[in-house]
Design a protein around this ligand. Structure first.
Ligand code: FES
Length: 154
């Protein structure tokens, strides 16, 4: 029996009928809502490519049942820039070459936004690396990523 859920994504309400109650938030975002900025890497909680904010907290969308976040407010990479202006974290990633191939970048940026909002990153690169450790970059752009998080806090 289809399940009705309501999500507020990047400020817009989406009422969605799920045919399968086991649908993940990642698949709903990408395949039902059409927000393909959130990437599917491992689909098992190991790479962080699917990181989004749910009620302001970082989560792996591939491990989250869409039904379990019914009523939540979700921010994806598409929701960061405002009025043509990049979010400071997006700008810092560009400024610091915090990417190479770019596939992990939406997840890295969403994780960085969440980490900064948690107020736990500070100006210690080691703490930032620890805070970002759930986001894997196969190109190993870690120095630029860490510097981008540092810069975005200033
Ligand atoms: Fe979700 Fe890798 S796709 S953690």
């Amino acid at each position: 029996m289809p399940l009705s859920i309501s999500l507020t994504i990047n400020g817009n309400r989406h009422d969605t009928l799920l045919d399968d109650a086991r649908a993940t938030l990642l698949d709903v975002l990408r395949e039902r809502i059409g927000l393909t900025g959130t990437k599917k890497g491992c689909d098992r909680g190991q790479c962080g490519a699917c990181t989004v904010l749910v009620d302001g907290r970082r989560i792996n969308a591939c491990l989250t049942l869409a039904a379990s976040v019914d009523g939540a407010t979700i921010t994806t990479i598409e929701g960061l820039a405002r009025d043509g202006e990049l979010h400071p974290v997006q700008a810092a990633f560009i400024e610091n070459d915090g990417f190479q191939c770019g596939y992990c970048t939406p997840g890295q940026i969403m994780s960085a936004v969440g980490l900064i909002a948690e107020g736990d990153a500070g100006d210690d690169p080691e703490r930032i690396r620890e805070g970002m450790s759930g986001n894997i970059c196969r190109c190993a752009a870690y120095p630029g990523i860490t510097q981008a998080v540092l810069d975005a806090q200033r």
